[in-house]
Design a protein around this ligand. Structure first.
Ligand SMILES: [Zn+2]
Length: 234
C-alpha cells in the first residue's frame, strides 16, 4: 500500500495523523508526507527565509523517523490559493507519491491553508489519472481513496473511523518534537506547551473508543468511492 498525507503546514500531519502513518509504515506501506506551505511566517523573531529553512529541516527530520518521503511544495504560509498552476503542481506531486489513499484536511477546518490544500487534493484525485493532463510524473492508473483527517481542536469534525494509536504515541510525540521552532511560536501565540497541544486531541479521540489515544478520520463522501475504512491500519 502507498499512503500520502497532505498537510497545509509543516507540523499539521504530525499532530493530526502521524500515529496512523507510523502504523502504516510498520505494516510495510510506503508513506509520503507532503507539505503545502513552507511555514514562513511561523516565527516571532526570525525572517521568512530563515524560518522556512528551519521548518523544512524539522519536517525532514520528522519524516525520516518513519522512513517517509517528504514532498515540500514551498507555497507561502497563509497564501495558498486554488488556481490552475497550484492544481497542476498538486497533480504532479500526487503522481510522484502514487498513493492508494490520501489523508487530507477537511473543508470545515479553521485555517484557509488547511481548507484549500484539502480542496485542491480532492479536486486532483481524478485528474491524476488523466493522460492528457501532462506533468513531470506519469499519470496514475487508479484514483486514490481520500480520507479527511481530524480538524484542529476536533471542532466541527464528526469521526467516522478511529485508529487506535496508543502504542505509537511515544514516536508520534517524537515526530511532533522535531518541530522545535513551533514550540517557541505557539508559546508566543497561545501561551501553551506545543507538544501537549498537539498530542492532547489524540487523548480526547481515544476516550471515544475506550483507548488511551486515537486518531479520527472520515472518507470523502463523493463519487467515485474508491475504498474505505479497511485501508487504514488496525
Ligand atoms: Zn496548519
Amino acid at each position: 500500500m502507498r499512503v500520502l498525507a497532505i498537510g497545509a503546514h509543516p507540523d499539521d500531519v504530525e499532530g493530526l495523523c502521524a500515529g496512523t502513518l507510523i502504523k502504516c509504515a510498520a505494516r510495510g506501506d510506503h508513506v509520503t508526507i507532503m507539505v503545502a506551505t513552507n511555514g514562513n511566517v511561523g516565527s516571532p523573531t526570525l525572517g521568512r527565509e530563515e524560518i522556512a529553512a528551519i521548518r523544512r529541516q524539522e519536517a525532514e527530520a520528522s519524516a525520516s523517523l518513519i522512513g517517509a518521503d517528504l514532498i515540500w511544495m514551498d507555497y507561502d504560509d497563509e497564501f495558498l490559493f486554488h488556481d490552475r498552476a497550484t492544481r497542476l503542481a498538486f497533480i504532479d506531486a500526487i503522481r510522484k507519491a502514487n498513493p492508494d489513499f490520501m489523508i487530507v484536511h477537511g473543508a470545515g477546518d479553521y485555517h484557509p491553508d488547511h481548507r484549500i490544500s484539502g480542496e485542491i487534493a480532492v479536486d486532483c484525485r481524478i485528474p491524476v489519472t488523466v493522460p492528457l493532463i501532462e506533468t513531470v510524473h506519469p499519470p496514475m492508473t487508479k484514483i486514490p481513496h481520500v480520507f479527511f483527517m481530524d480538524h484542529i481542536g476536533g471542532i466541527g469534525f464528526e469521526p467516522e473511523v478511529y485508529v487506535d494509536v496508543s502504542d505509537v504515541m511515544a514516536l508520534k510525540s517524537k515526530m511532533i518534537r522535531c518541530h522545535r521552532s513551533q514550540d517557541e511560536w505557539l508559546r508566543h501565540m497561545y501561551d501553551g506547551d506545543y507538544a501537549e497541544m498537539l498530542t492532547a486531541p489524540s487523548g480526547i479521540r481515544g476516550k471515544a473508543i475506550g483507548v488511551p489515544y486515537a486518531e479520527a478520520f472520515r472518507s470523502l463522501p463523493l463519487y467515485p468511492v474508491m475504498g474505505g475504512a479497511h485501508l487504514l491500519p488496525n
